[in-house]
Design a protein around this ligand. Structure first.
Ligand SMILES: Nc1ncnc2c1ncn2[C@@H]1O[C@H](COP(=O)(O)OP(=O)(O)O)[C@@H](O)[C@H]1O
Ligand SMILES: CC(=O)OP(=O)(O)O
Ligand SMILES: [Mg+2]
Length: 395
């Protein structure tokens, strides 16, 4: 048996699992949340212990340190030498990486260079890789890219209708993200459909803090909603998703903003947060809706509409689908969000089973028996995908 550590660093969080491979047994798992805050949260589950600490977590290096120390302090491992491989989620892999790779100095340099295109994510990913290489120098480091799964898109899906040399000179195109998650739930969905993956057409809806949809045909991504960066597509917690690009220079002039300030407003002050004026967290938005708050309700309705717009578009692009899957923080846990989306899909012959939809964090078929298209909630497992890819290099 081989121990593999999976590290999934997001913009403000770090999820991790230590797995025994190839058995896929989870030895420990946990989460560092609210990185950058005075009241950061570190929690870890090991055997029957569940430890939670609230403490300042200045940046991702503090998060990494907490994890590394806990592994020895809690006697999860008796020495770091027991860990043979560390797999890291890397958000942007550009056109260079269509699969996972062992991290070399060249790969690391490439990941750092791509920070320009994923400023909320790649710097944290690179930092995590370096920190673990320092603490666990003997372990194989593997980078698993969010963009890799979407490298199967055709030009009609990934090119933008702009000057062609922006693509050839600078790589301006759609890359797509959350690929590991879209792939995981599409594969799991095929199993639930009891159909060979190669014969399936599935729309996957990954809605967490960031969010994206993917049109998956025969197990391959043929389109997705995020773009050149994770700012595009559907509305998100703090990100706008698609807007008319002419809004940017217009507002920059009105409010005397620099490019950085304007892009920052789209990344961090828009989405559910920007429209509601209250919160980026769907749980808070749902409370506002229940209270009849106007801005909260607009934010919710806008969020739902933008998801449905893409479902309609992908239904046509795929020429019909077998199933629609909800996943990630909101998709797995929010009964009202799934209900609001599915209720708008009547024109596709889709019927929600309200009783079956009453689940949180569990796998479930949530459409009725006579629904023309099956709808599932499937918990994602990016950490397992990362561990599998890492194990492939270690063994
Ligand atoms: N019970 C719930 N109801 C609605 N939304 C939820 C619930 N639980 C979690 N969420 C949402 O899930 C989001 C986090 O999802 P997650 O997939 O962990 O995001 P990320 O990986 O992008 O940080 C939170 O922002 C929150 O809005
Ligand atoms: C790519 C991306 O947006 O990731 P997350 O949802 O973790 O922020
Ligand atoms: Mg995530």
């Amino acid at each position: 048996m081989t121990k593999i550590l999976s590290v999934n660093a997001g913009s403000s969080s770090l999820k991790f699992q230590l797995l025994e491979m190839p058995a896929q047994t989870v030895i420990t798992k946990g989460l560092v949340e609210r990185i950058g805050f005075e009241d950061g949260v570190f929690n870890i589950k090991f055997e029957d212990q569940k430890i939670e600490k609230v403490l300042p977590i200045k940046d991702h290096s503090v998060a990494v340190q907490l994890l590394v120390e806990a592994l020895l302090d809690l006697k999860i491992v008796s020495s770091y030498d027991e860990i043979s491989g560390v797999g890291h989620r890397v958000v942007h892999g550009g056109e260079k990486f269509d699969r996972s790779v062992v991290v070399t100095p060249e790969v690391l340099a490439e990941i750092e260079a791509l920070s320009e295109l994923a400023p909320l994510h790649n710097p944290a990913n690179a930092l995590g890789i370096k920190a673990f290489m320092k603490e666990l120098p003997h372990a194989v480091s593997v980078a698993v890219f969010d963009t890799a799964f979407h490298q199967t898109m055709e030009k009609d899906a990934y090119l933008y209708p702009v000057k062609y040399d922006w693509y050839t000179k600078y790589g301006v195109r759609k890359y797509g993200f959350h690929g590991t998650s879209h792939q995981y739930v599409a594969e799991r969905c095929a199993e639930l459909l009891e159909k060979p993956l190669a014969d399936t057409k599935i729309i996957t809806i990954h809605i967490g803090n960031g969010g994206s949809l993917s049109a998956v045909k025969g197990g391959h991504s043929v389109d997705t909603t995020m773009g050149f960066t994770p700012l595009a597509g559907i509305m998100m917690g703090t990100r706008s998703g698609d807007i008319d690009p002419a809004v940017l220079p217009f507002v920059m002039e009105k409010e005397n903003l620099t490019i950085d300030q304007a892009v920052n407003a789209l990344n961090k002050e828009s989405g559910l947060y920007g429209v509601s004026g209250a919160s980026s967290d769907m749980r808070d938005i749902l409370k506002l809706v229940a209270e009849g708050d106007e801005r909260g309700t607009i934010a919710f309705n806008l969020y739902i509409k933008r998801i449905c717009d893409y479902i309609g578009s992908y239904f046509l692009y795929l020429d019909g689908v077998d199933a629609i899957v909800f996943t990630a923080g909101i998709g797995e846990n929010s009964i009202p969000v799934r209900k609001a989306v599915v209720q708008r899909l009547g024109a596709l012959g889709i019927q929600l089973d309200e009783q079956a939809n009453n689940v949180m964090g569990e796998e479930a078929l949530i459409s009725t028996a006579d629904s023309k298209i099956k709808v599932f909630a499937i918990p994602t497992n990016e950490e397992l995908m990362i561990a599998k890819d890492t194990y492939a290099f270690v063994k």
